[in-house]
Design a binder for this molecule. Structure first.
Ligand SMILES: [Zn+2]
Length: 247
C-alpha cells in the first residue's frame, strides 16, 4: 500500500518545543477524525499545518497536536506521526491517532481529502495489525468536532469516494436495472450505503457502515430515507428510490 505522507521536514515544521512521548503501535486502537473548527478555511498546502502548528504552540503544546493533517487536495502532512503521543482529544491521545481533515463549519470535504483519509486509515490498520475503531472527536469529548459532514462520513464507515481524483462533482451512478433489496451484495450496495451515509442515515447503518452487504441495517436506512421522501417505504431500492438517492 503506498500512501504519500509529507514529512515534517518537507513542510517546514519547527522542532518540538517541549518533550514528546512515544506510543507503541500496539497501544493504538482508534482513528479519531477532526476538523479545523467552526469557521470555513481557505488555506492550501503547507500553510495548513503551519497555521495549526502556530495555534497549538500558542496553546503551550510541543507543536502540532494531530498525528496527521489532510488538505482538500488530498495531501497528508505529518504531525505527531506513527510514534508520538498526540494532543487532540483527552483520554484518547495514546489510544487514538488524531487526524484533522482541513475543513471548517459545514464546508464540504473533497473526494480527494476523504480518499486520502481512508487510505491513511487502511494503512494505520495494516501497521497496527487491527481494525481501528472509526471515531469522530465528539465521540470522546463534548465538541462539535469534526462537524456534521465529516461525522456523517465517519459513521457511514469512512467510505472511499469513487470517481475522479478532484473534489466536487462526481456523476451519479446509473440504476442497475434490477431491484436492490435485502441479501444483495457488492459495489451497487456499497454505493447505496454511501449515498445514504452522505444524506445523514449513517447512524442507521451503524455499526457496519458501507460494507457492501444489504442487511437489516441497510433496509432500515432505506425505509427511513423513503419515509422522509414520502415515497413507498418498502426498504427496496427501485428506480424511484434510486433517483432520489442519486439525483
Ligand atoms: Zn477535534
Amino acid at each position: 500500500m503506498s500512501v504519500n505522507i509529507i514529512s515534517r521536514s518537507q513542510w517546514g515544521a519547527r522542532p518540538w518545543a517541549t518533550g514528546t512521548s512515544t506510543v507503541p503501535l500496539s497501544e493504538r486502537t482508534e482513528f479519531v477524525v477532526h476538523y479545523d473548527g467552526a469557521v470555513p478555511i481557505s488555506r492550501t498546502g503547507t500553510a495548513i499545518p503551519r497555521a495549526i502548528e502556530a495555534e497549538h504552540l500558542g496553546n503551550g503544546w510541543s507543536g502540532i497536536g494531530y498525528n496527521w493533517v489532510i488538505s482538500q487536495a488530498g495531501e497528508i502532512f505529518e504531525g505527531r506521526g506513527w510514534d508520538l503521543q498526540g494532543a487532540h482529544c483527552p483520554n484518547h491521545n495514546r489510544s487514538g491517532f488524531g487526524v484533522q481533515i482541513a475543513v471548517g463549519g459545514d464546508q464540504a470535504p473533497t473526494d480527494a481529502a476523504l480518499r486520502a483519509a481512508r487510505e491513511l486509515y487502511d494503512l494505520a490498520c495494516a501497521r497496527t495489525g487491527r481494525s481501528l475503531a472509526k471515531k469522530g472527536h465528539r465521540d470522546g469529548f463534548a465538541t462539535e468536532c469534526p462537524g456534521s459532514r465529516l461525522y456523517v462520513w465517519v459513521k457511514a464507515g469512512m467510505p472511499a469516494p469513487g470517481g475522479s481524483t478532484s473534489g466536487g462533482t462526481s456523476s451519479a451512478p446509473k440504476y442497475p436495472g434490477w431491484l436492490v433489496a435485502r441479501g444483495a451484495k457488492g459495489a451497487t450496495v456499497r454505493a447505496i450505503q454511501q449515498a445514504l451515509g452522505s444524506r445523514g442515515y449513517g447512524s442507521v447503518l451503524a455499526p457496519w457502515g458501507a460494507d457492501g452487504d444489504f442487511g437489516a441495517a441497510t433496509e432500515r436506512a432505506v425505509r427511513a430515507f423513503q419515509s422522509a421522501q414520502h415515497i413507498s417505504a418498502d426498504g427496496v431500492v427501485g428506480p424511484v428510490t434510486w433517483s432520489r438517492l442519486f439525483g
